[in-house]
Design a protein around this ligand. Structure first.
Ligand SMILES: Cc1cc2nc3c(=O)[nH]c(=O)nc-3n(C[C@H](O)[C@H](O)[C@H](O)COP(=O)(O)OP(=O)(O)OC[C@H]3O[C@@H](n4cnc5c(N)ncnc54)[C@H](O)[C@@H]3O)c2cc1C
Length: 338
């Protein structure tokens, strides 16, 4: 709702994370966001609450304290077995009206992108999608929501000073999950799902996962990515051979995807996937901001490029100057077969 003064703002407190549940299981983005929520709540002197919506999910509620939650708010009902944004919106709006969170963070997943805009409209809240960084003004609780703007050419920090709660979505793998602390405990609050929550105009017949998930960039530990320098679809063969040798996955820049050399499911960046691997090897990718926002959180970045002055070569932990068509096969040959 619109808040006109500090007194109204002070009615809202705590940082909420909407747990991402897929096929009945809590997804890692929940832990990533819990870590960020903990940082925000500590700066503000408030609590982290995680909202767990789904069917047969109650038993997993206790696992969330280890990631920084103080309270877990659970609504467990068969009507939410398959993601249903209408029902989840009603339940979440009721919870927000009742407990008045200052901040609500949700994964920018298929589910989050459907759910949170609905909730933001009904509660008349500010929403910033696809944030890459979150911070807080500890004095007034304004959430500092940073995201690429104007086609990724600038990073904008957005405040929704006049509305509470403040809502953000963040893509999976953008934030780092904290190491779990099994000694942490907290309180579980159970909320009912009412008959009127369940009124629904659509029926979900089946939920299935896209075949694009087979590329599995999000779960890879090592990604070898190629750009415009690969020259054509067959250029990616040397990256596939390297990836097979090290147990990695193949990524790509948008230039390579737009050229039709490799399917979109491999694209890393602002309009592709965000990845957070242990090792990211960029082969002939210059490192424009739209690509960097999708991989800059990787632990070790290795760049191979003819030009030592590209943004990717400058930001890499290891920069190898040279022709990738010589370097990549030589590296592959040097790694023993498993
Ligand atoms: C709204 C918007 C969204 C976008 N989203 C994305 C996105 O999600 N992901 C993305 O990647 N891009 C995205 N882009 C495009 C982005 O701006 C760049 O155009 C793109 O990333 C460039 O791809 P590249 O690095 O492969 O190509 P280039 O910039 O052309 O770089 C090719 C590099 O290869 C090097 N090279 C050439 N030959 C060799 C060789 N034989 N050996 C070694 N090095 C060699 C060159 O020196 C150069 O550095 C987006 C753009 C816009 C406007």
């Amino acid at each position: 709702m619109r808040v006109n003064d500090d007194k109204q703002k002070n009615d809202y407190s705590n940082v909420w994370v909407i747990a991402e549940v897929l096929s009945g299981k809590i997804q890692p983005v929940t832990h990533e966001l819990a870590g960020t929520a903990r940082m925000l709540a500590d700066k503000r002197g408030s609590e982290v609450w995680i909202v767990l919506l789904g069917n047969n999910v109650s038993e997993q509620a206790g696992t969330l304290f280890a990631y920084g939650a103080d309270k877990v708010l659970v609504a467990d009902d068969g009507s939410m077995a398959n993601f249903n944004d209408e029902i989840e919106t009603r339940v979440l709006v009721r919870m927000i009206d009742k407990y008045k969170p200052e901040i609500v963070i949700c994964g920018a997943t298929t589910r989050g992108r459907a759910l949170i805009p609905r909730v933001a409209v009904v509660t008349d809240s500010g929403l910033t999608a696809d944030c890459t960084e979150l911070d807080i003004d500890p004095e007034n609780g304004d959430l500092l929501q940073t995201r690429p703007a104007f086609g990724g050419n600038i990073m904008a920090t957005i405040r929704c000073s006049d509305h509470r709660p403040q809502m953000s979505t963040v893509r999976p793998r953008v934030m780092k999950a904290p190491d779990p602390d099994p000694g942490r405990t907290g309180e579980i609050i159970t909320e009912n799902v009412t008959v009127s929550d369940k009124i629904d105009i659509k029926r979900i017949l089946e939920v299935f996962h896209s075949s694009e998930a087979a590329v599995n960039l999000a779960d890879a530990q090592i990604i070898i990515a190629g750009g415009r320098a690969m020259k054509g679809p067959e250029g990616f063969d040397i990256l596939r051979a390297f990836a097979a040798r090290v147990g990695g996955a193949v990524g790509a820049s948008r230039a390579a995807v737009d050229a039709g050399w490799i399917p979109y499911a491999h694209q890393v960046g602002q309009t592709g996937q965000t990845v957070q691997t242990k090792v990211y090897i960029a082969c002939g990718i210059s490192g424009q901001i739209q690509h960097l926002v999708g991989m800059q959180s990787c632990d070790l970045i290795i760049a191979i490029d003819k030009n030592p002055d590209t943004p990717m070569m400058q930001m890499a932990d290891i920069a190898v100057t040279g022709d990738l068509f010589e370097i990549v096969p030589a590296l592959t040959a040097a790694i023993p077969k498993l």
